[in-house]
Design a binder for this molecule. Structure first.
Ligand SMILES: Cc1ncc(COP(=O)(O)O)c(C=O)c1O
Length: 398
């Protein structure tokens, strides 16, 4: 018997071969159960700030219920241009497109440049969507692993990344600050990567969803409230595509709004792709995003400050649990830590849900390099983090 009888309709092979999300697999075991403390998804706990919600409500009341331009409404593209210029080199609105969330931005970026059979290099462990999107389009993804240093901090062997970028490589994908590791690529490494990619004609797709969630622990660093970005160093004509989202820094996960920065020569083709994917992002959501960019800075700063305290609370609580190797992440909102002796993180995560009432993401959800690890989203109140650590300690000590 063939595995897929021809008379039964199936999706194409690249789709059938997609993995089921292991994070969802764990969450399904406990979602809706009030006794489970859930840290499995990457989502801030607070509702979107009131001034952003009010801006959306006002836009709806004013009748913003129609299609908008493929590339986004002009006020938002201009607001993004001003906002990005505050943190990076100037970015003209002619390089910016509004997308229906960060994950849609990643899909559009891949659709712009990736063809079946292309070879793509990605720095991992990594949020699975980033590596599966090129595979949906028929590309092969070569994985270059980060590794933990003596303090448990994730670091990149830059030489290894450069070696993986062979003449046939179409694109390299980085995500800094990284999900799940919290790794932040130093600016000097980004410059070396950009130079090498320029020489070889390789595209860089930079997923900067967490660029504002950076903790600036190093007093020698320049103390900015923004992680190093390709937009700090790349020229407009470089083969560089930057994807970003309103989900994390402005606590707008459910709104589904993001953006892309591309070379000007790609913008018309990007507009065509947006037409055939979603046609446009919702107008009233875009109007709310203008308010987020214009008035949101105090909120973003306060949120990052709070996240830093929560990270430190969780680090202190996990320091009392034997058998963990935990490093302090420089950015994003996750601890990604090894549990000694664990060979099946999915089984452990399911046991934790059922037996300890603790919901964590299994490390293997982020690729084979994550096996033996757990990911804990610390964008939750401190008492909940402390109770979660207590449950983990009790479970591992049984
Ligand atoms: C690394 C990374 N990139 C992009 C996104 C996209 O977020 P969204 O689709 O909510 O904008 C996420 C969300 O978890 C993420 O972790």
């Amino acid at each position: 018997m063939p595995a897929f009888p021809p008379e039964i309709p199936f999706a194409r092979l690249a789709v059938r071969n997609l993995p089921v999300s292991r994070i969802r697999e764990v969450a399904n075991a406990g979602i809706g159960n009030p006794d489970v403390l859930a840290f499995w998804f990457g989502e801030p706990d607070g509702v979107t700030p009131a001034f952003i919600r009010s801006a959306a409500a006002a836009a709806l009341d004013a009748g913003s219920t129609f299609y908008s331009h493929n590339l986004g409404i002009a006020p938002l593209r201009e607001a993004l241009s001003r906002y990005l210029g505050r943190w990076h080199r100037p970015v003209s609105a002619e390089r910016i497109a509004v997308t229906s969330a960060g994950v849609n931005a990643l899909m559009l970026a891949a659709q712009l440049i990736i063809s079946p059979g292309d070879r793509v290099v990605a720095v991992v462990p990594l949020w699975p969507n980033v590596t599966e999107i090129p595979r949906i389009l028929g590309a092969e993804v070569e994985r270059v692993p980060l590794h933990p240093d003596a303090q448990g901090r994730w670091v990149l062997d830059l030489e290894r990344l450069l070696q993986a970028m062979t003449p046939g490589t179409r694109a390299v994908i980085i995500n800094s600050p990284g999900n799940p590791t919290g790794w932040v690529m130093p600016k000097a490494d980004m410059s070396v990567l950009l130079d090498h990619a320029r020489r070889m004609g390789i595209w860089i797709i930079s997923d900067e969803a967490y660029e504002r969630l950076v903790f600036n622990d190093d007093p020698q660093a320049d103390g900015r409230f923004c992680a190093p970005s390709l937009l700090d160093i790349a020229d407009p004509q470089d083969r560089v595509i930057v994807a970003n989202t309103f989900s994390k820094a402005w606590q707008m996960t459910g709104w589904r709004l993001g953006w892309l920065v591309v070379p000007p020569s790609l913008l018309d083709d990007l507009g065509k792709l947006i037409e055939f994917n979603t046609s446009c992002a919702p107008g009233f959501v875009q109007q709310a995003a203008v308010a987020a960019l214009e008035d949101g800075e105090p909120h973003v700063r306060a949120f990052v400050q709070e996240l830093r305290l929560r990270r430190d609370t969780l680090l202190a609580a996990l320091a009392t649990v034997d058998g963990l190797s935990v490093g302090s992440p420089e950015g994003a909102m996750y601890l990604f830590f090894k549990v000694s002796g664990v060979l099946d993180s999915l089984a452990l995560a399911k046991d934790l849900v059922r037996e300890a009432g603790l919901g964590l993401a299994p490390g293997s959800a982020f690729g084979p390099e994550g096996e033996g690890y757990l990911r804990w989203c610390f964008a939750k109140p401190a008492p909940m983090l402390e109770e979660g650590a207590r449950r983990l300690r009790a479970h591992l000590q049984r």
